[in-house]
Design a protein around this ligand. Sequence first.
Ligand SMILES: [Zn+2]
Length: 73
Amino acid sequence: MKCHTPDCTGEHQTQPISHAVIYRERTIVFHGVPAEVCPECGEAVLIEETTLHLEGLLRRKARAKGAAFAYEA
Ligand SMILES: [Zn+2]
């Protein structure tokens, strides 16, 4: 996928990132989230499927204590 940033010619590559989400006034970080990352400018984009999956994980994980979780596919 081509990068969306103006003037950037990078091609996005799928790679795991750490992604922080605010949920009920808590900041929760997921590690190993598959994202499309631009090697040129560092822009990271989550595909819709991943975002939806994260929401499901969030609802389950929010009951646990802690602020960082591994992304489970
Ligand atoms: Zn870029």
